[in-house]
Design a protein around this ligand. Structure first.
Ligand SMILES: [Fe+2]
Length: 302
């Protein structure tokens, strides 16, 4: 009994300085990651996006990260025709009261290959950059003791019939090496990419011998190698629209489902319309996939 009293006294004199508790309290951050909105004016989508914004605000995140495919079908849209899609997306973006950081998805490459035969955009990333006031679509920032890296993973290519793929190009790899040179090895890093760096989605859905050429970051090994001497805590990714969690060599890889789930047709492979609410406490990552309560209104024949 006496020892217990002494122990209690020590704890009161130096609250929170004992072992792991002190470490966890040193770094703490709550934020939201949403991805794959596929915003468009039809099927009451703006109403869904206003609802999603309200539920995100209820989580009181320090900030929000958007994982790409913010609009739908920008890749094959004619230049100058995607205004209504961006307007629809802004019902979500502008409804969120916290700062929102965005990364590009393949659908956000506007006018890359117009399906009506009209001339392609000179730079399919330009409209995304102008919309969000970004000089560069890949960048990094520090907050709460964590280093965040936002990558631009969709690239144009002639190597497959679709015209795009997931890849971190050489200019971005050079930038990433320089960025990491300034990050201490023990600093926890959160990496955000639309195309997954690691996923079991394709093996689970299509079989063990199937990784589609537009399914993930094709040079993922090259990217992950750059983090060999760093503390890569968490990778946030999109593109498959299904929630998934993988832990590999001490890093979590979370695929954040989709705001639109099955492209506004309802749940997709067990994933509802939703987003990730993420809590970081030191090196501990926890999350909830939040269903924001939308019921699909897309007609079955569309
Ligand atoms: Fe998508």
């Amino acid at each position: 009994m006496k020892k217990w009293i002494i122990g209690l006294g020590l704890a009161l004199a130096w609250p929170g300085v004992v072992g792991c508790a002190a470490e966890r309290e040193a770094t703490s951050l709550d934020f939201v990651f949403f991805t794959d909105v596929h915003a468009r004016p039809q099927w009451d989508t703006p109403e869904a996006l206003r609802k999603a914004a309200r539920v995100i605000n209820d989580c009181h995140p320090a900030f929000v990260i958007a994982g790409g495919d913010l609009i739908t079908d920008g890749f094959q849209a004619a230049v100058g025709t995607t205004g209504p899609f961006w307007d629809a997306y802004m019902h979500l973006h502008n409804g969120i009261t916290s700062p929102v950081h965005v990364v590009m998805g393949n659908h956000d490459l506007v006018g890359a290959r117009p399906s009506d035969g009209s001339p392609p955009a000179g730079d399919p990333r330009a409209l995304f950059g102008e919309t969000f006031g970004l000089e560069q679509t890949y960048r990094s920032f520090d907050t709460g003791g964590y280093h965040f890296i936002l990558l631009n993973s969709p690239q144009l290519t002639t190597a497959n019939p679709y015209g795009y793929e997931g890849r971190i190009d050489s200019a971005q790899l050079a930038w990433l090496k320089e960025d990491l040179r300034q990050v201490a090895p023990e600093t926890p890093i959160i990496l955000v990419t639309h195309f997954p760096l690691l996923t079991a989605f394709y093996q689970a859905v299509d079989g063990a011998d199937t990784i589609p050429v537009r399914g993930m970051v094709m040079n993922n090994d090259e990217v992950l190698e750059l983090f060999a001497r760093h503390h890569l805590l968490l990778v946030l990714q999109g593109h498959t629209h299904a929630f998934e969690a993988i832990q590999w060599r001490g890093s979590w890889f979370l695929t954040g489902g989709a705001i639109c789930a099955k492209w506004w047709r309802g749940p997709w492979l067990g994933t509802e319309e939703g987003f990730l609410n993420i809590r970081l406490r030191g090196d501990t990552v926890t999350w909830n996939y939040i269903d924001y309560g939308w019921d699909a209104r897309r007609p079955p024949d569309q």
